[in-house]
Design a protein around this ligand. Structure first.
Ligand code: HAM
Length: 425
């Protein structure tokens, strides 16, 4: 037997109905906020992620599916979608349209991580990006849209973790403060090999350390906080952050400031945020996002501000409120149509056609070995209604309509069948 690749998985029915419904709601909500879909390739030039997500991040450093293609180019299965969107924005000169671009995507991403609950090597993201506007109201509206979406799925009690990671104006001072913190022997001793490399290459990355001893230090009172540097070194970012906080309060978006949130990607400037959900274990972030005002220009495009988020769809579906899940799964229940003999199949095909034309979903079971077997198959599909068609019914212009839940049956004129089914569906 050939099994699926480690860290990948098949999504089977009826679970796929929940996925489809989630995606349909995302499309509906995002359209309400003026967003349009973008679809970028799964395969990108490796250089794109090195330059955007950042060389010293875990993603680029050890989690990418990178290989040399037959033409000798280094290509990578996208580990995230923001870089691809920014590349497309530059490549198609979207800036020239002189309008903000509000784009969303739904699709698979790949990271070579150790698989565990809520963490896969192939996973799916639902994301949105706004390219152009740099103001705090844009950040606020993006979060309003996000919560609108999450609430329509039935989530309650979720809250955003919010921080500002500043800009070039604060980054060097913050990096120095982190280095100074670890220059004390005691703190330095806590660092493992990975974190020493981080301190060397990109000290901000220490804040995503998974080492418990380092995590404890980072969460301590004495650890430097970017937000403390903003007011003195970067008043514009400080004002942006305070304005965002005001907008979120006014819009009643539940949020909590978290001075230690930096996120595991290098392109962020100013606003960063995450939403976590209980019940996911260690992998509890259902989404993350932030502002990236330098990404487009770093990729060779015109100076363009940007902000976005990506929801981990696997995790989202993993904690989907039960009512939404059941409604999605129960939404489609085709009527099972069972021709009782081979000689009844042609007539059943025609009947199925006319019912479908009337908008009734029909699951035709052509290989039933008699009525009992046909009904057993119908029950196993989860159907509520079955229609049996045999010689006697054909001759009489009727069918037998079975209510599988109530275990009742009646003879119905074929002409009245569509109405009878609709009344019961
Ligand atoms: P990220 O935090 O790396 O951000 O990923 C966003 C979400 O994807 C995570 O919160 C998580 O739910 C999900 N995710 C990440 N890795 C895995 C995995 N191995 N298995 C399952 N789910 C996973 C980004 O990707 C940014 N591009 C978000 C963004 C958009 N920032 C600005 N615009």
């Amino acid at each position: 037997m050939i099994a699926s690749v480690k860290g990948t998985r098949d999504l089977l029915p009826p679970e796929t109905r929940a996925w489809n419904r989630v995606e349909a709601v995302a499309r509906e909500v995002f359209a309400l906020y003026g967003f349009d879909e973008i679809r970028t390739p799964v395969l990108e030039t490796t250089e794109l992620f090195v330059r955007s997500v950042g060389e010293s991040t875990d993603i680029v450093h050890k989690e990418m599916y990178t290989f040399t293609d037959r033409g000798g180019r280094s290509v990578t299965l996208r580990p995230e979608n923001t870089a691809g969107v920014a590349r497309a924005y530059v490549e198609h000169a979207l800036a020239q349209a002189g309008r903000p671009w509000k784009l969303y995507y739904i699709g698979p991403q790949f990271r070579y991580e150790r698989p565990q609950k809520g963490r896969f090597r192939e996973f799916r993201q639902i994301g949105a990006e706004v390219l152009g506007p740099a103001d705090a109201a844009t950040d606020a509206e993006l979060l309003v849209m996000l919560f609108d979406f999450l609430r329509r799925l039935g989530f309650t009690g979720l809250s955003v973790s919010l921080n500002s990671v500043g800009t070039e104006a604060t980054r060097p001072a913050y990096v120095e403060a982190i280095r100074a913190f670890f220059s004390s022997n005691e703190n330095e001793r806590a660092l493992g090999e990975d974190d020493r490399r981080r301190l060397d290459e990109n000290p901000l990355r220490i804040l995503d350390s998974k080492d418990p001893a380092v995590k404890e230090l980072v969460a301590s009172e004495s650890f430097p906080k970017m937000i403390d540097l903003l007011a003195s070194l970067d008043p514009a970012s400080d004002a942006h952050h305070r304005e965002l906080v005001e907008h979120l309060s006014a819009a009643r978006i539940p949020f909590k400031e978290n001075p230690f949130l930096v996120r595991g990607l290098d392109y962020y400037t100013r606003t960063v945020f995450e939403v976590t959900a209980a019940g996911l274990g260690a992998q509890d972030a259902i989404l993350g996002g932030g502002r990236y005002d330098r990404l487009v220009s770093d990729l060779g495009g015109p100076k363009t501000a940007g902000i976005g988020f990506a929801i981990g769809e696997d995790r989202l579906v993993g904690v989907l409120p039960q009512a939404f899940r059941s409604a999605a799964i129960d939404a489609v229940r085709p009527v099972v149509l069972i021709p009782l003999d081979r000689t009844d199949v042609a007539e059943a095909l025609a009947l199925a056609g006319s019912l479908r034309a009337a908008g009734i979903p029909v699951d035709l079971v052509t290989q039933a070995k008699g009525p009992r077997h046909g009904l057993r198959v119908a029950e196993k599909t989860g159907a509520a209604l079955a229609v049996l068609l045999g010689q006697k019914e054909r001759e009489g212009g009727t069918v037998i309509l079975k209510d599988l839940a109530r275990r009742s049956q009646e003879s119905v004129l074929r002409l009245a069948l569509a109405a009878a089914l609709r009344a019961r569906l």
